[in-house]
Design a protein around this ligand. Structure first.
Ligand code: ZN
Length: 307
């Protein structure tokens, strides 16, 4: 059973289940692209249209890794605004340019969809160069679409998280429940506001009301965050941190292009008229201080409030 992530044929064992694109039950990135700064592939692969998956080949793996390590210095975290990774893959497949290197499912299973040598288009960032320097993970979570009165993405008739025996549970439609690798898995947020369940904070100007990721997702994400720097040393084991508030900020940061480490999509993209859209992921519920502490970084201020 594979537990390794892969860049240019090099592997690092992260100690959690990783389903590779080449495995049965794996997902192939629907729209890989070549990175402009890497030279071990045919440059026609940098642009549209998407070619057959087998056409995305690089020549010298050692040289490809050296070039990739020079180019990539950010791991960008996203919520996928989907019910599950299977659902996320269907949504990305329907696009002619989108993709993500990793999907992180509700039960903590990590999918890698292509070698990290390739670019995937998930976060242009405010300078439109974000995907060139990044590796992406789409974490299964409905994001701010999880409440009935705010949902626009999917036809639903009730709030998608329901209180059952004192515990908030995500109601997964049958077609997605049956697709989780862990059969019978019950998706429960790792933390919940005592009364209302969801978290509510402002991100890049929008009040984002969302439920937390699952405990299993945090454990796998932390393993990924610790492991990826061994493959790509430019991705430092750190997240943005404001020494004044002693917290990780939620809004776009000033040095979003030069930062070496692990960032949220919202940290690199506040959007502008005629430019990229404003982004809010991984959102108000994501537990930045837990990731920061797991990486050995500033413990920061104690989490006063659960929301
Ligand atoms: Zn995103």
């Amino acid at each position: 059973m594979n537990q390794s992530i892969v860049a240019c044929g090099k592997k690092i064992d992260i100690g959690r289940r990783v389903v590779l694109w080449s495995e049965k039950g794996g997902f192939r990135c629907p729209n890989p692209r070549g990175r402009a700064a890497c030279r071990q592939h045919d440059p026609v692969l940098n642009d549209r249209p998407t070619r057959p998956f087998a056409d995305y080949r690089f020549r010298d793996a050692g040289q490809a890794h050296a070039e990739l390590a020079q180019t990539v210095h950010q791991l960008i975290l996203h919520y996928d605004a989907c019910y599950s990774s299977h659902h996320c893959h269907q949504v990305l497949k329907a696009s002619d340019f989108k993709g993500s290197h990793f999907y992180l499912d509700l039960d903590g299973t990590l999918y890698q969809t292509c070698d990290l040598y390739w670019k995937t288009n998930t976060a242009p960032a405010d300078d439109r160069l974000g995907n060139e320097r990044s590796v992406h993970v789409e974490m299964a979570n409905l994001g701010w679409e999880a409440r009935l009165n705010e949902s626009t993405l999917y036809p639903i008739d009730r709030d998608q998280y329901q209180l059952q025996n004192g515990q908030w549970v995500l109601h997964l439609p049958e077609k997605y429940r049956g697709r989780l690798p862990a059969p019978g898995f019950t998706p429960v947020p790792a933390r919940a506001h005592r009364l209302r369940g969801y978290f509510s904070r402002r991100v890049n100007g929008k009040i984002v009301r969302m439920w937390d990721f699952t405990e299993e997702q945090y454990q796998t994400l932390i393993a990924l965050a610790r492991g990826i720097g061994h493959l790509l040393p430019g991705i430092a084991a750190r997240v943005p941190y404001d020494p004044e508030t002693r917290r990780t900020p939620l809004d776009r940061i000033e040095n979003f292009a030069s930062f070496h480490g692990i960032l949220g999509h919202a940290h690199v993209q506040q959007g502008s008229p005629g430019g990229p859209d404003a982004k809010y992921d991984p959102g108000s519920a994501f537990n930045w201080s837990r990731l920061r502490v797991a990486l050995g970084q500033h413990p920061g201020a104690p989490e006063k409030s659960k929301a």
